[in-house]
Write a protein that binds this ligand. Structure first.
Ligand code: XIL
Length: 364
């Protein structure tokens, strides 16, 4: 459990904290207009509270919002100690035309993170979705596709070498029943594509922590158990996998995953890190106070699962403002999934996370 690990984590955090100074809320005010989250002198951002509790608190970042919206930028800079590019490191974004890379938006995020003392989660190298059409429509042989994947991983991880804390090397490789997803990768390369991807990523940046990431794996179920069996096998074969990312896309109408700590413990017992990588809790509209409270409870269940797991490294939300959430576009009739509303006013969920972190810091 976390407490037994406190000294080690505390040392690491202290060393990191010495290496940079997190910007204060007043710095945010200076750079980006009035900060929406008013802080008294003793108030702390989620990122600061996370430092004290031994976990990073991250957010996905929408690069268009970051460029156009100063209050959004101020919150992204101050409230979090890690960032994940919501889209700009995906294959269709970095290589829309075969052989022509566009790293500029992702480089901008890496620079933003460095300026604000934040770590970067690289997302994502091997996925069935958001692939460029030259790849999906290319009708490549297995050997060609394997070369293409090898080169993609080598080039992308190599480009960001030394700048990425954790890579989501493989994303969403399973179906909910625990079978492997019938993606272009499984179809053409067979299940060995996963071990290959981790080996190639490790060769390109031996210091980055390498994760496999998925959704609906918060609790103990067929999918998380299949994922557990896979990573156990990978470890046995000395494949360089470091961690398991649990996305954490929840819905207030489903039961919160109260067995998340028991689930994460199974991975911890294998010697793996864990992380909550894409937390949001969507609400069937309209919002009411019961749903808002259920949302706070669900966020809290996710965070507490992480706080109770010794090597759970970070809790990342999939955006913080409802203004830019992916939810309304994908889940019909649902929304309000983030910690802050369209005007960056904090919700009960924000307060719940803040309190959980304070309690966890007090226990250390
Ligand atoms: C989503 C983004 O939020 C959207 O902007 C994009 O249109 C589609 O992808 N699981 C993942 C993320 O791993 O990459 C997805 O992000 C959300 C689900």
């Amino acid at each position: 459990m976390k407490a037994t690990h406190a000294v080690v984590v505390g040392t690491a955090v202290a060393l990191l904290a010495g290496a940079f100074t997190l910007p204060t809320a007043s710095a945010a005010t200076g750079s980006g207009g009035p900060g929406p989250v008013k802080k008294g002198s003793s108030a702390r951002t989620l990122g600061e509270l996370g430092d004290r509790a031994g976990v990073r608190i991250g957010t996905a970042v929408d690069m268009s919002a970051l460029a156009a919206d100063a209050p959004y930028r101020a919150v992204a800079a101050t409230e979090f100690s890690a960032v994940t590019p919501e889209n700009v490191m995906k294959w269709e974004a970095v290589e829309p035309t075969r052989g022509t890379y566009d790293w500029a938006p992702a480089d901008q995020l890496v620079d933003f993170a460095r300026a604000n003392g934040q770590q970067v989660r690289g997302h994502t190298l091997v996925w069935h979705s958001q692939l460029p059409s030259w790849l999906t429509e290319g009708d490549f042989s297995a050997a060609e596709l394997r070369d293409i994947l090898h080169r993609h991983i080598t080039d992308e991880v190599g480009h960001f070498k030394g700048k990425i804390w954790q890579w989501d090397v493989v994303n969403e490789a399973f179906n909910d029943d625990g079978t492997m997803r019938d993606s272009i990768w499984l179809q053409k390369l067979g299940p060995g594509y996963i071990a290959d991807a981790f080996r190639w990523a490790h060769q390109a940046d031996p210091k980055a922590k390498l994760y496999i990431n998925d959704y609906n794996v918060e609790g103990v179920n067929a999918k998380s158990t299949a994922l557990l069996a896979l990573v156990a096998e990978l470890k046995k074969q000395h494949v360089p996998v470091d961690g398991v990312g649990v996305q954490g896309h929840l819905d207030v109408t489903y039961d919160a995953p109260h067995d998340i700590a028991a689930n994460l413990q199974r991975f911890d017992d294998l010697g793996l890190e864990t992380a909550i990588t894409e937390a949001d809790v969507r609400i069937p509209l309209p919002v009411d106070s019961t749903k808002t409270e259920a949302q706070a409870e669900a966020y809290s269940v996710l965070l507490q699962g992480c706080l109770l797991t010794e090597h759970c490294t970070d809790f990342t939300v999939w955006g913080f403002s409802d203004k830019y959430s992916w939810v309304p576009g994908v889940f019909k009739g649902e929304g309000s999934a983030n910690l802050m509303d369209e005007n960056l006013r904090t919700k009960a969920a924000y307060t719940a996370l803040s309190q959980d972190l304070k309690l966890a810091a007090g226990r250390r």
